[in-house]
Design a protein. Structure first.
Lengths: 190, 245, 225
């Protein structure tokens, strides 16, 4: 499905993957994180093939898919405490801080079922922040978000790369990220 | 260790050609042996002192029952190879084993029931072996069903491989549990066959039939493997080249 | 490793909390079990001696079908909202997390069934002395079924109308379980020693504990590809 791809991303870089629907953006991201197995070729992290020690690799990355991985019957704060808690020890203060940073402080104790799609996306982004890992792989991070929310995603990405991390994101419209450190990868459906 | 033979074997065009070459080498001996075995079993062998001519159905029943298990085991082994080494050709072999094995299971069940009628006065008496065979048929149908329910062929291969492995672990447990169940509820009317009553003129055709049926199974699987590979690789260049030549 | 225990505890805690916010769903398998065991006396006869004869079979078939009903929901929600993906990418062992998930599933469906089975058994004319044997056998049986169901539920993820396929895959694999379990229950009801079939049932559970989480993790990974 995807052919002839070769690229490397360094610390402090943001790779923006663009392309029409069906070009394989999501497939590329899912291959990068090791959910989908590439038929040929290799993917390395710090010089080692990712599947050699998949668990070590996965503990270094945060993935945000199309769906926000939240339980409708739990509150935003509970969702994060459980969802991120399986990765590393976090406390209520860390959760509250992360929700603050995505502008979700007002609804952290409301069940997720009462939140709008955009509010849920913010909560999911707080989860990415909380993971505290060097590599973010985001599929349409700004989906359902208003202009203010899109600016927020841009700021979060910038902060991550300034701190030396890596962000790979598939997007429809370019994220408002300052050009330094941004690289673009355009996929075509042909 | 040199693994190139392994990967060469695993390449679809190579397996396609190899299977094509091998089919007659299995099919003809199978036909000859089955003809000889049937003649020996149905005509030459003496009638059984207890069951008369009714016992002759074992010449078809026993080899079918053996192959129903053999096919499942082979399906699980090739599926495991396909799963572990991501070898497409192995998955094609596993997929080809399933329907062939299921038909041998049906044959074993059908002949077993025909045998049961004069023996027990009914086609179905919950004989432990036939019951285990029936469960085996359900396992085959589950495998085939799962395979056809998943649209993406690679996911279908891999998911059905996990099922085949779980199934092959369970098959001996099912056999054992059904035997155990039967030993508790044993009806006194069920007859047991005395082992020493089988004589060489009876046994020889049976052995010939075993070999013949096994070769027949191999030939059928190889034919299906070829069809399976063509279906999977229909977009590949080597198939187009072969068809246009 | 404390991280793994912590993760398992959180997986279980989350499933329990979700279940208690959605209590109605917990009752469905129990209600199903109660209705099926009510149907048999209506279909056969209310005569206690006849009911006692069929009681082990009725209890086990009803428990099997009720568990099957519950297994369909084992991974479904987590697959739909992307939670399974997050589990697979958490850096923890997916086998271990799914084992924890299966355990919480059993706590929520299998254990209540086992605890309720004496009530159904009483309705079928079974003496009170048989209760410990019945609870023990259904407890072991539902553990094994949850483990087996984790594999088949993983395999049927993402299949449209996967429910029928799930039954087709699970029930033949559960045949030994049904035989050993119903026999253990029958002996308990007849007042005979239950150790033999109970050991066989326990062996099946041990086999399930060692292999099923691995197979379930493989199945879930395949569904995520």
């Amino acid at each position: 499905m995807l052919r002839g791809l070769s690229f490397a991303v360094d610390g402090g870089e943001y790779l923006e993957v663009t392309g029409p629907n069906g070009a394989g953006k999501t497939s590329l991201l899912r291959t990068l994180i090791g959910l989908v197995h590439a038929e040929s070729g290799r993917i390395t992290w710090n010089g080692r093939p990712i599947l050699e020690d998949a668990r070590a690799y996965h503990s270094q990355l945060a993935w945000l898919g199309h769906e926000s991985p939240l339980k409708a019957d739990l509150t935003a704060a509970e969702n994060l405490a459980f969802g991120i808690g399986i990765r590393r020890r976090i406390d209520a203060v860390a959760v509250a801080t992360a929700l603050d940073e995505v502008g979700a402080q007002g609804f952290s104790d409301r069940p997720v079922r009462t939140l709008s799609a955009g509010q849920r996306r913010r909560v999911a982004l707080a989860g990415v922040l909380l993971a505290g890992v060097p590599l973010w792989v985001l599929d349409e991070p700004a989906t359902h978000l208003d202009a203010d929310g899109q600016a927020l995603v841009g700021r979060l990405v910038e902060r991550q790369i300034v701190a030396g991390g890596i962000v790979v994101a598939a997007v429809h419209a370019p994220l408002p990220v300052v050009e330094a450190g941004t690289r673009r990868l355009g996929l075509s459906s042909k | 260790m040199d693994w190139t033979w392994f990967h060469r074997f695993g390449s679809p065009p190579h397996l396609y050609r190899l299977a094509g070459t091998l089919v007659p080498w299995f099919a003809w001996p199978a036909a000859i042996l089955i003809a000889a075995g049937l003649y020996g079993g149905l005509v030459l062998a003496p009638p059984d002192y207890q069951q008369g001519d009714g016992f002759r159905i074992i010449y078809v029943h026993a080899p079918s029952a053996w192959l129903s298990l053999m096919a499942y085991t082979m399906m699980a082994v090739t599926a495991a190879i396909g799963l572990i080494w991501r070898m497409k050709a192995a998955h094609a072999v596993a997929a080809s084993c399933a329907p062939v094995g299921a038909w041998f299971t049906v044959a074993a069940l059908g002949t077993g029931m025909l045998w049961g009628k004069p023996m027990w006065g009914t086609y179905w008496a919950w004989d432990p072996r036939l019951t285990a065979e029936l469960v085996l048929l359900f396992l085959y149908l589950g495998y085939i069903g799962l395979r056809s329910a998943i649209e993406d062929p690679q996911r279908a291969d891999r998911a059905s491989a996990v099922l085949a492995i779980v199934g092959v672990i369970n098959v001996p447990i099912v056999r054992y549990s059904v035997e155990w169940w039967n030993s508790i509820h044993q009806a006194p009317s069920v007859m047991k066959f005395g082992k020493p009553s089988i004589s060489w003129p009876m046994l020889t055709p049976l052995l010939i039939m075993f070999v013949g049926f096994t070769l027949l199974f191999a030939a059928l699987v190889l034919v299906r493997v070829r069809a399976e590979i063509l279906r999977r690789e229909r977009q590949a260049r080597w198939v187009t080249e072969m068809v246009t030549q | 490793m404390s991280g793994a225990w912590q993760a398992a505890r959180l997986v279980i805690e989350r499933d329990l909390r979700l279940a208690f916010r959605n209590r109605a769903q917990l009752l469905h398998p129990l209600l199903f079990f109660a209705i099926v065991t009510t149907l048999f006396p209506l279909a056969l006869s209310p005569e206690p001696s006849r009911l006692r004869d069929v009681a082990p079979g009725v209890l086990w078939v009803a428990a099997l079908l009720a568990s099957l009903l519950a297994i369909e929901f084992l991974f479904r929600d987590d697959a739909q909202d992307g939670t399974l993906e997050q589990y697979a990418l958490s850096g923890q062992s997916l086998t271990w997390l799914l084992f924890a998930k299966t355990l919480s599933h059993w706590l929520l469906t299998g254990l209540p069934l086992a605890l309720m089975s004496p009530v159904a058994a009483y309705g079928l004319g079974v003496a009170v002395e048989a209760v410990p044997g019945i609870i023990a056998s259904i407890t072991l049986g539902t553990i094994a079924l949850s483990l087996l169901g984790a594999v088949t539920a993983g395999l049927t993820l993402g299949i449209r109308r996967g429910g029928a396929m799930l039954s087709l895959l699970t029930l033949p694999l559960a045949v030994p379980l049904l035989i050993f379990g119903a026999q253990a229950t029958a002996r308990a009801i007849a007042g005979e020693p239950v150790a033999g079939p109970m050991y066989l049932l326990a062996a099946f559970v041990v086999l399930g504990l060692t292999l099923a989480p691995l197979a379930a993790a493989a199945a879930v990974r395949i569904s995520l590809e």
